[in-house]
Design a binder for this molecule. Structure first.
Ligand SMILES: Cc1cc2nc3c(=O)[nH]c(=O)nc-3n(C[C@H](O)[C@H](O)[C@H](O)COP(=O)(O)OP(=O)(O)OC[C@H]3O[C@@H](n4cnc5c(N)ncnc54)[C@H](O)[C@@H]3O)c2cc1C
Length: 410
């Protein structure tokens, strides 16, 4: 018997569960989420969980802010902790252009009602006493952002969605997707499912899933590494959690994890992973780490945070992360295929997943986007691009790290 749903979300990472949560919250209870393995089994389980509020574009910043409120709502509804730490963040200004651009954002944050202040090097020393401020011109301080537990947040979203009627199915890989007279037909094992709307929240799997529909999605997985240190006595001595530091000079983000540091690095010569296709037997795996590729940046992190070098390295995690040519997700309808929606290509999926779920679900339920956000629409890339061109643009975007969006200004 063919099962029928108003909407089927494919993919049970932070993005897919957020969409299922928001669809059910907005009144679509006749929905299903189908996940190939366990929830979070793609990139979500190994993410650092950083949820910055700093962004150069107001609408994207809104996605960041709404993500944290979504996770907290799901926590309250489900009783599942998301472990939000509101330790705040510092985006360092290493030159005049960065400082000026941070100042230009002040009215944006005022309008959004999000605490934001450009602080002086003297103020930085109070906020993060372990940070060496030599050479810094200041920083943008977002005191109310921080980090969540990605698995906790995904579970909370799934539980809250299920409580509102959504069917959450694990170990249910979708093997085929095709348009039908009344919507979409999906094959999952022996089952055939029918849906008016299908959302692909399948990260780097999405490209292969839609090739048969004649679509060429510009997204590929890159390797992304983070370093976890042993306990750092200087952090323990402070008695409070220090904010996340995002440093264009390093370029890296470094936050407190327990009594140690967790540092994610944007490598200068990033390596791709599985560009010829995601191995069918890929499970909850990390890739082989390579500390030598991080060395030049870690030395800079130690200049800024000498205590980072005072303890040993506990782990180096290398995980696949999905990138598009401009680093922003593909979020919205596929115009050539009515009823098909994309929510893939998230490089900052914990930071933007909750708000993106809200944005897309409102669009699906109301038939129009709440605000225009062409920077994330799948249509911005037209018919896609050649693989070489796509990989080159992804490489350039990743390497930019925390430089200003306009390369000339940084
Ligand atoms: C080391 C590292 C650190 C990171 N740190 C951060 C951070 O601090 N903050 C941040 O915002 N981001 C971070 N990221 C990025 C973050 O992990 C991703 O942006 C995010 O997890 C993407 O979520 P997603 O739901 O789009 O994809 P995924 O979590 O990959 O979920 C996609 C799901 O789709 C499922 N799926 C695929 N194909 C099928 C199918 N055919 N049928 C059914 N299910 C299917 C998969 O099994 C998977 O569970 C980090 C990434 C790495 C590698």
């Amino acid at each position: 018997m063919t099962e029928h749903y108003r909407a089927i979300v494919v993919g049970g990472g932070i993005v897919g569960t957020s969409i299922a949560y928001w669809l059910s919250r907005l009144g679509w209870h006749d929905i299903a989420l189908l996940e190939r393995r366990e929830l979070t089994s793609g990139s979500t389980w190994h993410a650092a969980g950083n949820t910055t509020f700093f962004g150069h574009y107001p609408e994207i910043t809104k996605l960041f802010v709404n993500s944290v409120s979504t996770y907290l709502d799901a926590e309250a509804e489900s009783g599942q902790p998301v472990s939000f730490h509101a330790a705040g963040s510092l985006r360092l200004a290493t030159n005049k252009a960065e400082l000026a651009s941070y100042h230009r954002l002040e009215p944006v944050y005022e309008k959004l009602g999000v605490p934001y202040k450009v602080v002086t090097p003297g103020e930085i020393a109070d906020i993060h006493p372990l940070l060496v401020t030599d050479g810094l011109l200041g920083a943008a301080h977002t005191p109310t952002d921080g980090h969540v537990d990605p698995t906790g947040a995904t579970t909370a979203l799934a539980k809250a969605a299920a409580a509102r009627g959504a069917k959450i199915e694990r170990w249910c890989p979708v093997t085929q997707l095709s348009p039908s007279a009344s919507g979409w037909t999906l094959t999952a094992g022996e089952r055939t499912l029918q849906a008016d709307h299908v959302v692909l929240a399948t990260s780097f799997w999405a490209r292969e899933m839609v090739q048969g529909l004649g679509l060429n999605l510009p997204l590929y997985p890159l390797q992304h590494q983070e370093v976890v240190t042993e306990a750092v006595p200087e952090l323990a001595a402070l008695g409070f959690e220090v904010p996340t530091v995002r440093d264009p000079y390093a370029p890296s983000n470094t936050r407190q994890e327990g009594q140690g540091y967790l540092c994610g690095v944007y490598e200068s010569r990033p390596e791709f992973w599985a560009i010829d296709g995601i191995p069918p037997d890929f499970t909850e795996e990390l890739l082989p780490s390579d500390l030598s590729r991080l060395e030049e940046h870690l030395l800079r992190v130690m200049e800024r945070l000498p205590s980072f070098g005072s303890s040993g390295i506990k782990a180096v995690n290398n995980g696949p992360i999905c990138y598009t040519p401009d680093g922003l997700p593909l979020l919205g309808p596929v115009n050539s295929h009515p009823g098909l929606w994309l929510a893939a290509g998230f490089a900052i999926g914990i930071g933007t997943g909750g708000g993106s779920g809200e944005y897309l679900a409102k669009w699906m339920v109301e038939g129009a986007p709440e605000t225009e956000l062409p920077a994330v629409y799948p249509s911005r890339f037209g018919k896609g691009m050649s693989r070489d061109r796509c990989l080159e643009l992804i490489r350039q975007t990743y390497v930019k790290g925390y430089n200003l969006p306009d390369a000339n200004a940084s």
